[in-house]
Design a protein around this ligand. Structure first.
Ligand SMILES: Cc1cc2nc3c(=O)[nH]c(=O)nc-3n(C[C@H](O)[C@H](O)[C@H](O)COP(=O)(O)OP(=O)(O)OC[C@H]3O[C@@H](n4cnc5c(N)ncnc54)[C@H](O)[C@@H]3O)c2cc1C
Length: 333
């Protein structure tokens, strides 16, 4: 049995999730080769030359300099066919999540997504993934081969090791006719993007920020300034409770930079961050489910008896989040 670790470059280097996937493959104890798609693939192969791969194959044609379904599918299919592996591990990036299901269909591979762990023992490969909003962790295997597994980010430690000379070989690809031309990328400025999967800290804002405060008044402008100030200084990722993001659809004044994309919880997301700070937020769903993968948990709430404070947070600061976060921002300055 042998494996292929299929990776792609991002701005000429390997993204962190690629190194996490590589590390997972290194721990399987089976021979594996590496295939890399994208600009700078040969340099990227040199970066991981000491990982123990049997061979390195690349597609570094101008056609794959930009992510595009048609060319990425052709390149990934060529690398998979050339490697002839039984098991293929690939990082679940947006680029691969878009093209690899198409590759699986084209080549007749079995494919599973959102993989958290893979083990191999006596020829039996088992994968793990979460189901039902991260409440049930399932271990499963398939008889079908080749079997392609897209690995989620933030679960495994990234591979670390010396660079060297990988002697990566180019694999020829017939790209055929390309109907899509990539003319550029339009993205928010890094600071305007509030969802930051790689951030050390998840900062969750609850509906309390938009409630009447002790002077009987709303302070939504002040809340916006405090939260945005903190996110800018701490480079934290912003999460929200459902109640807070729902205010917008009810036509109430709320935090303009908050959308349903920020919502964590049972009907929101379950991000992975080493630390979490919950502010003005009481809800059970954002915390019990949304914080499942948050390692160190802290909260600021006026109410020492709030549901979240009771038993689920490691540290609770009982106090006014406006005053506390203003002080924190001042200290960060
Ligand atoms: C089926 C189902 C699914 C759900 N899924 C989700 C989900 O995915 N995500 C989710 O978030 N919710 C979900 N909910 C809703 C959830 O039950 C709660 O209603 C919601 O999370 C409450 O939001 P909140 O804690 O922000 O607001 P509130 O309950 O209004 O709490 C506000 C808190 O702010 C505190 N506060 C106010 N002012 C200050 C201050 N100055 N300083 C410090 N603290 C202050 C208050 O003490 C209070 O604890 C779901 C509900 C159901 C029924």
């Amino acid at each position: 049995m042998n494996a292929l670790v299929l990776l792609h470059t991002e701005q000429g280097t390997l993204p962190k999730v690629a190194l996490e996937t590589l590390n997972l493959a290194c721990g399987l104890g089976m021979p594996f080769s590496v295939g890399i798609v994208g600009q700078g693939a040969a340099t990227a192969a040199d970066m991981i030359a000491s990982c123990g791969a049997t061979t390195f194959e690349i597609v570094d044609a101008p056609d794959v300099a930009q992510p595009r379904y048609a060319s990425d599918t052709a390149a990934a299919a060529a690398l998979i066919q050339s490697a002839g592996a039984n098991v293929i591990l690939a990082p679940q990036t947006s680029r691969f999540a878009r093209c690899l299901p198409g590759v699986a269909s084209r080549l007749g591979l079995a494919v599973d997504t959102h993989i958290a762990a893979v083990t191999a023992q006596d020829g039996a490969v088992k994968a793990q993934r979460w189901f039902y909003r991260q409440r049930i962790l399932s271990s499963f295997s398939r008889d079908a081969r080749p079997w392609m597994l897209l690995v989620d980010s933030g679960v495994n430690a990234p591979w670390q090791g010396a660079s060297g000379t990988a002697n990566a070989q180019s694999v020829p690809v017939n790209f055929g006719e390309q109907r899509t031309t990539v003319t550029g990328v339009q993205a928010l400025a890094a600071d305007a993007q509030t969802i930051r999967p790689e951030a050390t800290l998840l900062f969750v804002a609850g509906a309390g920020w938009t409630k009447k405060q002790k002077d009987g008044q709303f302070h939504i402008g002040r809340a916006s300034g405090i939260i945005q100030g903190f996110l800018g200084k701490a480079k934290a990722s912003l999460g929200s409770s459902k109640s807070l993001v729902d205010l917008k659809s009810e036509g109430q004044e709320t935090l303009s930079f908050m959308s349903h994309m920020n919502q964590v919880g049972q009907t929101g997301s379950t991000p992975r961050h080493p630390k979490g700070l919950s502010t003005c937020c009481h809800g059970e769903e954002p915390h019990a489910v949304g914080w499942r993968f948050i390692t160190e948990r802290r909260a600021i709430n006026l109410d020492a008896n709030c549901g979240w404070a009771q038993g689920k947070a490691d540290v609770v600061y009982v106090g006014d989040a406006f005053e506390i976060m203003e002080k924190v921002n001042a200290l960060l300055t």
